[in-house]
Write a protein that binds this ligand. Structure first.
Ligand code: MF3
Ligand code: CO
Length: 256
């Protein structure tokens, strides 16, 4: 079932989204060659809890951490662990914040040290693909319009668009209807209504779109099948009469 949110509920989500955006901005300085991945998890959890909010991924379907930290060919749901990040790694940090019942979800990618030209392009294209999708999140458009915008842009660079994981409705729980794929046909799928809140979160592979058949032995982490790098940016969005409203950004550039 799709729940339409009141202005008040959207305001609450925006407040939690501000905390989430603040975390990502801080991570830009923290993520450097030589840092232990686990420090990122600790920093995020302390920051969120310090704001009186809840790191909402903890306890979600048995998940234990505030963040998903996925590097290089890990598509998503990488587990925070003791591992030193090195120059050239591509790191995705994904998290959910709950402030007084308002939930937000956002992932940014970070290059560790100086990204190569190829990695820089992958990051820029993934972020632009997200924003092209967001632009389509308007009342009266259809879910397929979001999907089509993301897919055609990413594929025009020869990249693969992950299919096994999709965006989703959000709030009062992390994952709810509808599903928001990042591949599909324009003018198809459910029509978007005022008050819907969704995530758009393209995972774009430098190589093929397919993922490895089996998850990691931890049963969470997904990898690219061909071992190519995967990149992701995600925002939570409200569909309003005035157009798409990004709940997890303060207008800052998601840089790397
Ligand atoms: N933030 C993730 C998403 O974008 C949620 C991961 S579920 C978890 O959908 F259990 F791993 F946290
Ligand atoms: Co999400």
């Amino acid at each position: 079932m799709i729940t339409l949110k009141s202005d008040r509920e959207i305001e609450l989500m925006k407040k939690s989204g501000k905390i989430l955006a603040d975390v990502h901005i801080q991570l830009r300085d923290l993520i450097k060659p030589g840092i232990d991945m686990w420090k990122i998890e600790e920093f995020v959890r302390t920051f969120i809890e310090g704001k009186g909010a809840i790191a909402a991924q903890i306890g979600y379907e048995g998940y234990k951490y505030a963040t998903c930290i996925s590097i290089n060919d890990e598509i998503c749901h990488g587990l925070p662990r003791h591992q030193i990040l090195k120059n050239g790694d591509l790191v995705k940090v994904d998290m959910c914040v709950n402030l007084d019942g308002g939930i937000s979800d956002s992932c940014w990618s970070y290059a560790v040290g100086r990204p190569s030209k190829d990695v820089k392009q992958l990051m820029e294209v993934t972020k632009t693909a997200l924003y092209k999708g967001i632009k389509q999140a308007a009342v009266g458009n259809r879910i397929g319009d979001i999907a089509h915008a993301v897919q055609t842009y990413a594929e025009s660079f020869g990249y693969g668009v992950v299919r096994a994981f999709v965006g989703h409705g959000i709030g009062p729980t992390i994952h709810e209807a509808p599903v928001v794929p990042h591949y599909g046909k324009a003018h198809h799928g459910m029509r978007l209504k005022e008050g819907m809140t969704i995530t758009i979160e393209p995972m774009i592979n430098m190589g093929d779109w397919q993922m490895r058949e089996t998850l990691d032995k931890n049963a969470w982490t997904a990898y690219t099948k061909d071992g190519s790098l995967s990149c992701q940016y995600e925002h939570s969005i409200a569909i309003t009469a005035k157009g798409p409203q990004i709940l997890t950004s303060q207008g800052e550039e998601e840089t790397y």
